[in-house]
Design a protein around this ligand. Structure first.
Ligand SMILES: *Cc1c(COP(=O)(O)O)cnc(C)c1O
Length: 376
């Protein structure tokens, strides 16, 4: 097949045509086991915990989307993250940002407490703090988010790759909020890219999924594959199908969501009822220049507002919205609002006055009006 744009690849779901029926949508294969032929050979699949054909179909599209040698899908984002970090051994060192997706931070702390993995958290807002955190010859994995959740501080993926590789470590990038239609992590030097497919890839708040894709299918990757089979975190056939179906509109949804987010960020940037708008698409954002360089398809649809009155003030706003749904998660076609510190618990490093917004595909003027009345 000729080289295609990501948009065409996504819209066509990998240009699937069933050789037997001519169906243009991949079938769902619920079978958990696969028969051997008359030479007692397996034609391709063995058992549902290893892999399933519907999952293989979406993995093929994901590998192309990321420019990866291989991709794997998992039963949730965290099933992908925990499986990946299962390949890190006791005594090895891992580096990650201090503010990031709290589930990953919680898992890394557990690895540190129970499995003898050494973890250093660095301050993504301080220059040189990543370089100071890595240890040549000891650090096995540097794990970053290009836009850290939920402050949206920007990490330069290219420079993180140089630092990681200089120390002999691999760079893993959680690109959940910056999917390949805006940021191609492997092209920027990452070794492994991760997505919570639950978010933008699937896009409709109706399926849990995780994705890992690798630049090179090396020894560590084989180990990740083995760990997926042994830990049992494979994505089921129906969920694989939902993920593939959702991905067909990823580029259109993301473009609209990013445009809406920019309009909302600009509207509230100097608003008297808001202390600060955290969004990398604003020229005033400290990470704007790096974001502009590495996010080629828009600045994303996640933004946070700091509002007066601390936790109580923030929660009051989140209970007054009529269109924004007060719920956790992100990346769906409907807009959500969340008081992040309430969700993250006592170890949270997030400001009590922070409200995280996941912007959907509704009309921007109606979303702005909803926030205006909630802030009033
Ligand atoms: C949601 C999320 C995860 C975890 O994914 P699940 O599908 O909820 O397990 C990891 N990283 C980021 C940035 C997320 O937003």
């Amino acid at each position: 097949m000729t080289e295609q744009s990501l948009e065409t690849l996504l819209a066509q779901g990998g240009h699937f045509v069933d050789p037997v029926t001519g169906a243009i949508v991949a079938p769902i294969h619920p079978s958990t086991t696969y028969a051997r032929n008359d030479r007692y050979e397996l034609p391709g699949f063995r058992y549902g915990r290893n892999a399933n054909p519907t999952g293989a179909q979406v993995e093929d599209v994901l590998a192309k989307l990321e420019g990866a040698e291989d991709a794997l899908v998992f039963a949730s984002g965290l099933a992908g993250i925990t499986t990946f970090f299962d390949t890190v051994r006791a005594g090895e060192h891992v580096v990650a940002p201090r503010v990031m997706y709290h589930g990953t931070a919680d898992w890394l702390r557990r690895l540190g407490e129970r499995r003898g993995v050494e973890v250093t958290f660095f301050d993504a807002t301080a220059p040189d703090s990543l370089a100071a955190a890595v240890r040549a010859g000891e650090t096995a994995v540097v794990w970053i988010e290009p836009s850290v959740n939920p402050t949206w501080d920007v990490i330069d993926v290219r420079s993180a790759a140089e630092i990681a590789h200089g120390a002999g470590a691999v760079l893993g990038v959680d690109a959940t909020v910056t999917p390949a239609v805006t940021l191609r992590a492997l092209d920027l030097g990452a070794d492994v890219v991760f997505h919570s497919g639950t978010k933008y890839l699937a896009g409709h708040s109706d399926v849990l999924a995780g994705v890992l894709a690798t630049r090179v299918a090396d020894e560590r990757w084989e180990d990740v594959k083995t760990a997926r089979t042994l830990m049992g975190g494979v994505l089921g056939a129906f969920e694989s199908w939902l993920l593939l179906r959702g991905m067909r509109t990823l580029h259109v949804r993301y473009e609209r969501q990013a445009a809406n987010a920019l309009a909302i960020a600009r509207h509230f940037e100097h608003h008297p009822g808001v202390e600060a708008v955290l969004y990398p698409g604003l020229e005033s954002h400290p990470g704007h220049a790096v974001a502009k360089r590495q996010m080629t398809g828009g600045f994303g649809a996640m933004l946070s507002l700091l509002v007066p009155g601390g936790a109580e003030g923030a929660k009051r706003v989140a209970t007054r919205t009529r269109l924004f749904v007060p719920a956790t998660s992100l990346g769906g076609v409907e807009s959500l609002i969340e008081h992040r510190a309430s969700v993250e618990g006592p170890l949270s490093a997030v400001s009590a006055s922070l409200l995280r917004l996941s912007i959907g595909i509704e009309r921007a003027d109606e979303l702005v009006a909803d926030l205006e009345q909630a802030l009033a």
